[in-house]
Design a protein around this ligand. Structure first.
Ligand code: MN
Length: 406
């Protein structure tokens, strides 16, 4: 790890080994600026670039007010940018020119980091799929017949992907309790979360040409934390036969910091063995997942700590499957893992699982009980990953508060 002249940052969750990318409105500005984070400070990359340090190659990418320009620039530029940021923050020769552009994180209003192109959500945690099967289909086999042959997914709604801090209005919709004769209409009574990890596409692919799983690092810039808010009652009534629709599309929250895949190289971990063997297009000579440790709080109580390392399908396989029919990737595409759930009870990534379909309420630190979310509840998903030399890579957090139905 390269030591920084910014004091107190070397052992922190945001050392020079992390350098997340985001967009923030900083004090005295109206316009959003591209930023990175070092320790508990935000570096205004827009202003650093404008000061002349960015050069002709990086300055145009850092002054657009969105990460889309950085995403579209591609892997060689991402590497160059990372090297440049590291130099600015570690070489004392830059200290005087960079210091004026550092701001306490508490003064930075982080906004949507990039414009989402397409949004796809997978279903790649075996334990989650088995739990959902056991809750909804107790009499049939645990996994759907296709589950170990392909990473199941669906296309979500890109336009309602929102940044952490955005309030979530409880959705209205139709629902039909299992024993009811007729459907009813009203606010969802089973509003839920899904703790997920999202992959942010930079480099597009060509329509008609699938992308190999090993090409993940060529196309994906980085990772965000995702809360895929879900109205279980709306979902249950609408999803046959075309899959999730209004039970999911009202909002999906992402963390404001995009963690570069480069920062997560020390967190790579092997995939669990896949049996039955998968088709060739899903095979990778060097398959990997990421050892990301998530933590979910509800009104401040830790309710779950889902381990991303337990995923059955890798992000590379998800990308390969997403494109195997020739569908192309676009800059700004977001594909999410699906709910991350581990083997232990307190590793379940949804309230559906934590309350076992609403049948087993769980207790928060203040003594109150929950099955699904109540109005006013605040959910936060945070995370970290192993970094170099025993350090940690902070993943930030994605937080949202439920408002009463409008
Ligand atoms: Mn989901």
């Amino acid at each position: 790890m390269t030591s920084s002249w910014v004091e107190g940052t070397d052992g922190s969750d945001y050392s020079t080994a992390v350098l997340p990318m985001g967009v923030a409105v900083l004090p005295g500005n109206d316009a959003p600026h591209t930023v990175t984070r070092i320790g508990d400070q935000v570096l205004d990359l827009h202003d650093v670039a404008r000061s002349g340090l960015g050069g002709d190659d990086l300055s145009p990418l850092l002054t657009t007010g969105t990460l889309n320009s950085v995403l579209a620039a591609g892997r060689p530029v991402w590497t160059q940018l990372r090297t440049t940021l590291t130099t600015w923050l570690s070489d004392p020769a830059y200290r005087e020119r960079v210091t004026p552009h550092l701001h306490p994180t508490s003064t930075a209003h982080l906004v949507m980091p990039f414009e989402v192109a397409d949004y796809v959500d997978f279903y790649s945690s075996e334990q989650h799929a088995r739990n959902v099967g056991a809750i909804f289909r107790p009499d049939s086999p645990g996994l759907p017949e296709n589950w170990k042959h392909l990473p199941i997914g669906y296309h979500g709604r890109a336009g309602t992907v929102v940044v952490s801090g955005t309030n979530i209005v409880r959705p209205h919709g139709q629902h039909k309790p299992r024993n009811a004769a007729e459907p009813s209409f009203g606010p969802s009574a089973r509003l839920d979360i899904e703790a997920e990890v999202g992959f942010v596409v930079g480099t597009p692919s060509k329509l008609g040409y699938p992308v190999h799983p090993g090409a993940l690092t060529d196309h994906v810039f980085g990772v965000v934390l995702v809360n895929d808010w879900s109205a279980r009652d709306i979902q249950a009534w609408e999803y046959v036969p075309l899959g999730p629709f209004l039970g999911k599309s009202f909002a999906t929250s992402i963390s404001p910091w995009v963690i570069p895949l480069d920062a997560l190289a020390p967190a790579r971990c092997p995939l669990p063995s896949q049996d039955p063997p998968v088709f060739g297009y899903l095979r990778d000579d060097d398959p990997w997942c990421l050892d990301l440790r998530l933590s979910v709080t509800l009104n401040g109580s830790v309710i779950s700590e889902p381990p991303f390392a337990t995923q059955y399908w890798s992000p590379g396989q998800q990308m390969a499957h997403l494109t195997i029919n020739g569908a192309s990737l676009r800059t700004g595409d977001l594909f999410a893992s699906g709910t991350v759930t581990g083997a232990q009870r307190l590793q379940r990534g949804s309230l559906l699982e934590l309350s076992w379909g609403g049948r087993e309420p769980f207790t928060l630190d203040d003594g109150s009980e929950r099955t699904f979310l109540e109005d006013g509840d605040t959910v936060s998903i945070s995370g970290w990953a192993p970094g170099p030399d025993g350090t940690r890579v902070g993943l930030g957090d994605v937080t949202g508060t439920v408002l009463a139905a409008s």
